[in-house]
Design a protein. Structure first.
Lengths: 783, 159
């Protein structure tokens, strides 16, 4: 039931090695697809010769740009709320020019991956290399290379928010702290690579795609739109998905090419990315450079903050969501936990010849959090203030009757103070100081860092809907009373391991009044579930759970009504508990199995002569608020070896608030996994490109994600507000998402811990990952 | 391409097959024998999702040639599940209770690595458990719940 740490409903099967991921699916007659990808970051294609490849053994077809454009449209990643955004046209296969290493140029279809790879080597492409934009500076350089004629300065989007008195506040402030923050280019690395199997049935004009993806309904729209098909004849089915983290939320050029090839050949075509092409073609994120300032008075009251952000995307705006998302988070969240008089934020997304960028777990939140919290710690050091106290005295008060943030964002009640109190109760500052002192006596640099975070979860339609982007912010659930008295149904939430299917089933079980094992939900199939958003923006449980609760309430009401007729009682006197009808005296002797048997097989015996429906559906999405926010505080403790520069995280803790906790095991799992990804981003993970736009990190040996040895134990403390644990059964409970919250604050806390460790050496580092080389350079700038 | 004969034991059954010399053990087990617990996460021997046992020792299926298993005994998680191996059965139970998995893609490799650790060192501490997982990437859990699950199994055995 809700509040119970139920294991994920798929876990028994996955633990036996019986998962069925995309590459495990047997589709009769499926052909394999392999891509020829650009080795150049920027080049004109002068000619391509595919004759030998087409004649190679086991090869069905080799398609180029013009072959696919017979059935597949190009696209632009526009957004209606940003009419000034440059969104150049992109196609599945490059036509006359390539714009990043790994961009698909040709698709080879054949009997096996190895046959296709052999044929790839027979394709001859004549490239004329062009100067490339391989970093942020080059994108904005005066004499820079324009990647698109329609965006001569390489700016995709510039957005700004500025309160009226911000300049005056900085000019008059007693203390202004300032730093430039640099964030490495990251990606999500779901351990199962991307993949799909597309089947086109020309007789019906229908397309079925088995897809390792988070958002099947959005892909139904995208395949239909770009292939010119009726969306109601496009079916997306997600099997077990081996991690997503936003990487499987996008539309990918290579995946569109697979569907187009399946349509041209009228045969099933399968593509599973290998890791090298994942590194080059999975979406990349978080490559920012931010100049941040914070103004305070001498007593430590925060007055104003500003952030000037440059964000290096790839060569195109991401379709269909656009590349506005990361910058928007910086514009919404800079300084947001604090009561500021004034604030400003500007964000510029710039085109580069690096890989495509998109939405990775946290989408810009980690940037705003690291900048804000880094500035707060910088101010604390300058003021000689304690970082706990400085935060406490400046927390913003949000709620229904409160003013919005200085950047104009209205938040619901967010219990920052309760979170930091819980964190400090579990990790007292005296103990932290004692640990830090002891480590320093052992010759290590040691420090701890705090990061207050806000996560904007479960968005409503104000961003995509109002921007004419066909991304649903709703979710859907249908539930049926089955003849054996169990509840079966379909939901539009999707599962990549996080356990949302289990959480929604717990909500349904509790709402109807049956044990969890009497509920079975099928997810991930657009043919059965209604149109819904799937996994993104920490939305699934908050929105899909509400849809499940609503459908369950309706079904329960019908069951109780039927029971009341049978028992000659009024419905208000009856309840369902553990699958049995009960009244104030206890069990009535009537169970759901008996009711279901009657309703399905002998419905004429039901009193009143009514037709039993035995099915209830609900669709839910937030209408009243742009998002639901959660918040919390993270604590990171690190030791830094002054000889090697190696940063070792020794402990990490989170105190958070997310409304009602449906399943503490799964919520903790989201936090721990999310924190680990944030720590990886802060310590080792970085996609490196050289100035020519060549990818230098093409494997997991070079792009280093956290391993067990270097990941500390992470503890999670749930903060509850009075009255919340006993919600009104008739009102929708308040859930906020937690999928990204761990990632949102972890890098910030770790960077602050590193700077606390470096402070006695009068050194500072405002760049992640905090690699040994960078730490050593910070310790000895002369070296 | 020329093929070579491969005769070996896989999950208790005698197998004879012809394979291309370049076929990896992971591809052979997945494609020819449908043992799909062997997952391809990176294909270059870093992530450990393709871990199998060859003559009882963990190997990377993606960087082991199928032909090199000639005359050897190969086991995958399928061959050790269904309560046939008490250590795996116990770990499956504690992984379930402690949330030692999310998406499940790394899980077969992690279970085999943990089993090998426990055969070598029946009472490892948390640091030894983490050390034994040094060849396995989990991108979902942050590892703590996996360590918890293995430690819980160790504690059960000590009772």
């Amino acid at each position: 039931m809700t509040g119970h740490p139920a294991p994920g409903l798929r876990w028994r099967r996955l633990l036996a090695g019986r998962g069925r991921y995309l590459a495990d699916l047997a589709v009769k007659g499926a052909r394999e697809a392999v891509f020829l990808r650009s080795p150049h970051a920027h080049a004109d294609i002068l000619s391509i010769n595919v004759t030998a490849a087409r004649d190679a053994p086991g090869i069905d077809a080799v398609f180029l740009h013009d072959d696919l454009s017979k059935v597949l449209k190009p696209w632009r990643g526009t957004h209606g709320l940003f009419p000034g955004m440059a969104a150049p046209e992109q196609s599945a296969l490059a036509g006359k020019r390539v714009r990043h290493v790994g961009e698909p140029v040709a698709i080879v279809i054949g009997e096996s991956r190895s046959a296709c790879e052999d044929a790839l080597e027979l394709i001859d492409v004549d490239y004329e290399p062009l100067p490339a934009v391989g970093d942020i500076e080059a994108a904005l350089a005066e004499d820079g290379v324009p990647i698109h004629a329609e965006a001569p300065g390489n700016v995709c989007l510039e957005a700004e928010k500025r309160s009226a008195g911000v300049d005056a506040a900085f000019a008059a402030a007693e203390l202004v702290v300032e730093a430039e923050f640099c964030f490495g280019r990251h990606t999500g690395i779901p351990l199962e690579p991307r993949g799909l199997i597309a089947e086109y049935e020309p007789g019906e004009g229908s397309l079925t795609v088995h897809h390792s993806h988070q958002c099947p309904a959005a892909m139904q729209e995208a395949f239909a739109e770009l292939l010119g098909l009726d969306a109601h004849r496009v079916r997306i089915v997600c099997p077990d998905v081996g991690g997503g983290f936003g990487i499987k939320q996008q539309v990918y050029a290579d995946e569109m090419a697979v569907a187009a090839a399946a349509r041209l050949l009228a045969r099933p075509v399968r593509f599973v990315a290998d890791r090298l092409e994942s590194m080059a073609s999975d979406i990349q994120a978080r490559h920012h450079r931010v100049r941040g300032r914070l103004a305070l008075d001498r007593a430590g009251r925060m007055l104003a903050m500003d952030a000037d952000d440059i964000h290096a995307i790839g060569p195109y705006s991401q379709y269909p969501r656009s590349s506005a998302g990361e910058g928007r988070a910086v514009l919404s969240l800079t300084g947001a936990p604090y009561a500021l008089d004034e604030a400003a934020a500007r964000s510029r997304a710039v085109f580069t010849n690096m890989g495509m960028s998109g939405h990775y777990r946290g989408v810009g939140h980690p940037i705003a959090t690291a900048v804000t919290e880094g500035l707060v710690d910088l101010a604390a050091r300058q003021l000689g203030a304690d970082p706990w106290d400085l935060r406490r005295r400046n927390f913003a008060t949000y709620g229904k009757d409160c003013a919005p943030s200085a950047l104009g964002v209205s938040f619901e009640h967010l219990p920052f103070a309760a979170c930091i109190d819980v964190l400090e109760a579990h990790h007292p500052r005296d103990a932290l100081h004692a640990w830090r002192g002891a480590a320093r006596e052992r010759g290590l640099l040691a420090g701890y860092g705090l990061a207050v975070f806000i996560e904007m979860t479960a968005r409503g339609p104000a961003f995509y809907g109002d921007g004419n982007v066909r991304i649903s912010t709703r979710d859907y659930c249908t539930l049926r009373l089955e003849p054996n008295g169990s509840i079966a149904g379909h939901a539009s939430v999707t599962e990549q391991g996080q356990g949302v299917e289990t959480g929604v089933a717990q909500i349904v079980a509790e709402t109807v009044g049956v044990p969890l094992d009497k509920v079975r939900l099928v997810t991930g199939d657009t043919d059965s579930a209604g149109h819904g958003g799937g996994t993104w923006g920490s939305r699934s449980l908050a929105i899909g759970g509400s849809a499940g609760a609503e459908a369950a309430r309706t079904l329960r009401a019908e069951i109780v009504e039927i029971a009341a007729g049978l028992l000659q009682r009024v419905p208000a006197e009856l309840d369902i508990q553990d699958g049995e009808i009960v009244d104030q005296n206890g069990p009535s002797g009537l169970g759901l199995a008996e009711i279901a048997t009657l309703a399905h097989f002998r419905p004429h015996e039901l009193p009143g002569g009514c037709q039993p429906r035995l099915v209830a559906s609900a669709s839910f999405g937030p209408l009243d608020a742009p998002f639901r926010a959660g918040c919390g505080v993270q604590l990171s403790c690190v030791e830094v070896d002054p000889e090697t520069g190696l940063v070792r995280p020794v402990r990490h803790a989170v105190a958070h608030y997310c409304g009602l906790v449906v399943n503490p095991l799964l919520v903790d799992g989201q936090f721990k996994g999310g924190v680990a990804q944030g720590l990886g981003a802060a310590l080792t993970e970085e996609l490196l490109y050289d100035s020519e736009g060549q990818l230098l990190t093409g494997s997991l040996a070079e792009y280093r994600v956290p391993m067990a040895v270097e990941t500390p134990d992470i503890t999670v403390h749930h903060v509850h507000l009075p009255g919340e644990d006993n919600p009104d059964r008739e009102a929708l409970p308040r859930y906020a998402g937690v999928g990204e919250a761990g990632t949102v604050g972890a890098s910030a806390a770790l960077l602050n811990a590193v700077n606390d460790a470096l402070a006695p050496e009068s050194a500072a580092l405002w760049r992640i990952p905090a690699s040994p080389q960078r730490v050593l350079a910070a310790l000895d700038p002369e070296e | 391409m020329k093929r070579v004969v491969l005769a070996c034991e896989v999950n208790g059954a005698r197998i004879t097959a012809e394979v291309e010399p370049r076929t990896t053990l992971a591809d052979f087990l997945r494609d020819a024998l449908a043992f799909t617990s062997v997952h391809i996460g990176c294909g270059h021997g870093v992530c450990g999702a393709c871990t199998v046992l060859v003559d009882g020792r963990t190997r990377r299926g993606c960087t082991t040639l199928a032909a090199s298993a000639h005359g050897r005994r190969v086991e995958t998680l399928e061959g050790l599940s269904d309560a046939s191996d008490p250590v795996i059965a116990g770990l499956q139970r504690t992984f379930l209770d402690h949330g030692g998995l999310q998406c499940g893609f790394c899980t077969p490799g992690i279970l085999l690595a943990a089993r090998e650790l426990l055969a070598r060192q029946p009472a490892p501490d948390r640091a030894e458990i983490r050390e034994a997982l040094a060849g396995n990437i989990c991108r979902c859990t942050g590892y703590g719940p996996i360590v918890d699950a293995i430690a819980a199994y160790v504690a059960e055995q000590a009772e």
